[in-house]
Design a protein around this ligand. Structure first.
Ligand SMILES: [Zn+2]
Ligand SMILES: [Zn+2]
Length: 209
């Protein structure tokens, strides 16, 4: 019966090997109604501490790994992710907290404001893109000034405009986007072309000399 014992000892490894769960995932738990967030592994092997995936009245429980079931429509963001709203002008990133279903998947996001206070907001998960601190740090955000013009050259971090640049100036109406020839020229493919647009804005329209 040595072989049977060896086989039994290997079962937990084999069972958990193809199902690797991570903290923050929302799953179903066999025998428990509702949806659950994986908070942390344990206590003990092959158990997860889970919390009901909702905004209020969250209940903590323990669930065996073998009882966890992946959701067919699981959200693509998890607690702790750094996210941005997926539109090209977005510059601010937030940290995901609770994720739960409210008709559709929503996430509570926290922003740290310049004064150090934390602002919370809820957002549809469909609108959020996960980003890395490196992506944020690498994005060009340049203050530019010329005469009375005070502007910025800003690189998009998310959306289909990722990597492109827009140029804004305080003197321009609305969102401050600089217009050229009566048309909006908001997006430049390179930093050089963004600088050229800025130069045109501050000098190009004025007589030389
Ligand atoms: Zn200007
Ligand atoms: Zn000038």
């Amino acid at each position: 019966m040595l072989s049977a014992q060896t086989g039994a000892a290997q079962v937990p490894d084999a069972a958990s090997g193809d199902e690797v769960f991570r903290p923050g995932e929302i799953v179903a738990v066999e025998g428990r109604p509702g949806e659950w967030e994986l908070m942390e592994p344990g206590p003990g092997p092959d158990v997860w501490t889970v919390e009901s995936a909702r905004l209020k009245g969250r209940v903590s429980a323990q669930a065996a790994v073998s009882a966890l079931r992946r959701l067919a429509d699981a959200p693509h963001v998890r607690r702790g992710d750094l996210v941005m709203q997926s539109y090209p002008e977005q510059e601010r990133a937030a940290v995901v907290g609770a994720v739960f279903r409210l008709g559709q998947w929503v996430a509570v996001k926290s922003y740290t404001l310049p004064d150090g206070s934390v602002s919370r907001a809820m957002d549809s998960v469909d609108r959020l893109e996960v980003v890395t601190p490196e992506q944020l740090a690498a994005a060009v955000r340049l203050d530019v000034a010329h005469g009375a013009h005070r502007g910025r050259i800003v690189q998009a971090v998310v959306s289909s405009r990722t990597g492109q640049f827009r140029v804004v100036c305080r003197c321009a109406p609305g969102a401050g986007e600089i217009c050229r020839d009566g048309r909006r020229v908001t997006w430049c493919p390179s930093l050089d072309s963004a600088r050229a647009l800025w130069d045109w804005h501050v000098c190009g329209a004025a007589p030389v000399g």
